[in-house]
Design a protein around this ligand. Structure first.
Ligand code: TRP
Length: 332
């Protein structure tokens, strides 16, 4: 890694298989950053256990998520791809940063409130301290830019506050990171309730198109997508269903909304939905093929993750030891 390039860090949880929303809004942009930035991409398994996970599923999904990132174009020669739990410094720094984070900042996080409402039987400490670990992920590498979805803005703000507070007490130590929110296609909505974000964990299968869905189910889900009754392909705030389909189509074809409106002028929703579905099927096909190939080659995949962990660990150690020295831990 050369030191002149700015550094990028992002993480993705190994829970569920990701949706075209995760793909368009986040992961698709990751490979594009590889030439201009030093990128670190992490499968954040430590974050995943804030909600109860079946061990075998977690193990499988961690490898699947890494394979999917590779299939989407993350290049292990250019970027560092690794699993969070393989680099112990994340948890080590997390403890230190936790001591610089007011309790009240944690309890007012939207995600904490939502997740504790959803799992009232298991409001654990990890759920509360989740954003501290996320701050550690980012600050451990002095990342300048953090690609995130809108839902993670508040967590990033907390990471910035922690960095500034620590720097204020101990002198300049951490880079204060900026969010990087892609302009186009940042938000894909549910196909069934287009006012709501498309969510990995939606229990209504028709609402969510996953990157690994087979062509038939993709076509079926788009056919059933909720639209409206005026039959006109046009983007507008009072047409959330149609607008969502247009932005998905736009993301997979690079066509503008004006071009799409012209293309489907006077054509009913049926043909429009078929075209959207086909663009998604075509766009996902190469990823699905590549994913199957990589996942079948466990030795290659684990090799990539091992190298990634070693490279990440080397960078992380430098910053962690600086932090340990600054706070006053004895160095032998
Ligand atoms: N909290 C993020 C999410 O659920 C995942 C994440 C963990 C992350 N650590 C990160 C994202 C560091 C960016 C940077 O989407």
């Amino acid at each position: 890694m050369t030191s002149e390039k700015k550094r990028v860090f992002s993480g993705i949880q190994p829970t569920g298989t990701f949706t075209i929303g995760n793909y368009i809004g986040a992961v698709r942009n990751w490979p594009k950053l590889q030439d201009d930035y030093d990128c670190l991409y992490s499968v954040v398994d430590l974050h995943a256990i804030t909600v109860r996970q079946n061990p075998a599923d977690l193990r499988r999904r961690t490898r699947e998520t890494a394979a999917l990132l590779l299939a989407c174009g993350v290049d292990p020669e250019k970027s560092i791809l690794f699993v969070q739990s393989h680099v112990p410094a994340h948890t080590q720094l997390s403890w230190v940063l936790g001591c610089f984070c007011p309790f009240g900042d944690l309890t007012r996080m939207h995600q904490f409130k939502e997740k504790s409402a959803k799992h009232p039987e298991d409001i654990n400490g990890g759920l509360l301290t989740y954003p501290i670990l996320m701050a550690a992920d980012i600050l451990l590498y002095n990342a300048d830019l953090v690609p995130i979805g809108n839902d993670q803005k508040q967590h990033l703000e907390l990471a910035r506050n922690i960095a500034q507070r620590f720097n204020g007490v101990y002198s300049e130590t951490f880079v204060v990171p900026d969010g990087y929110i892609p302009k186009t296609g940042a938000r894909v909505m549910s196909l069934q309730e287009p006012e709501k974000k498309m969510s990995k964990s939606d229990t209504n299968a028709n609402a969510v198109v996953r990157v690994l869905d087979d062509p038939d189910s993709i076509v079926r889900k788009f056919k059933r997508a909720v639209t409206d009754s005026d039959g006109c392909v046009r983007a507008s705030a009072d047409k959330p269903g149609v607008t969502n389909l247009m932005s998905i189509y736009s993301a997979f074809t690079d066509k503008s909304f004006e071009e799409i409106e012209r293309e489907f002028d006077g054509v009913g929703y049926g043909a429009f939905k078929e075209a959207v579905a086909q663009s998604v099927v075509d766009g996902l096909r190469p990823i699905q093929t590549e994913y199957a190939r990589i996942l079948a080659d466990k030795k290659y995949l684990d090799g990539v993750l091992k190298t990634g962990a070693e490279r990440a660990d080397r960078i992380a150690q430098r910053i962690l030891s600086k932090v340990y020295r600054k706070v006053g831990f004895v160095q032998l």
